[in-house]
Write a protein of this length. Structure first.
Length: 94
């Protein structure tokens, strides 16, 4: 992240969001599914009351994780995920 010129604050925020995601799904990150991502985003919006900006940052952190650290199959889980669809999809699941 430093090589890509991310600020220290962004790096810290991404790490915080990824840790929160892992705690929420309660399984290794390499076993996360698209539904896990959608339900997490719904949880942080509906239950934790994250602002829209913070919600977008959570999604960006998860996307960064799987695009740059995970494998290609994991990256497919997040490619089509958008905040709006994730939040509304959570309603039908929970």
């Amino acid at each position: 992240m430093v090589i890509r010129n991310y600020s220290l604050r962004t790096v810290e925020s991404y790490l915080w969001h990824v840790k929160g995601f892992q705690v929420h799904i309660q399984k290794p990150l390499d076993q996360a599914t698209e539904d896990d991502i959608r339900l997490y985003l719904y949880h942080v919006k509906a239950v934790k009351k994250y602002s829209r900006s913070n919600l977008h940052q959570a999604l960006s952190a998860i996307k960064y994780l799987y695009r740059n650290i995970g494998n290609a199959a994991q990256a497919k889980h997040v490619e089509g995920t958008e905040v709006r669809s994730a939040v509304t999809a959570g309603v039908s699941h929970g």
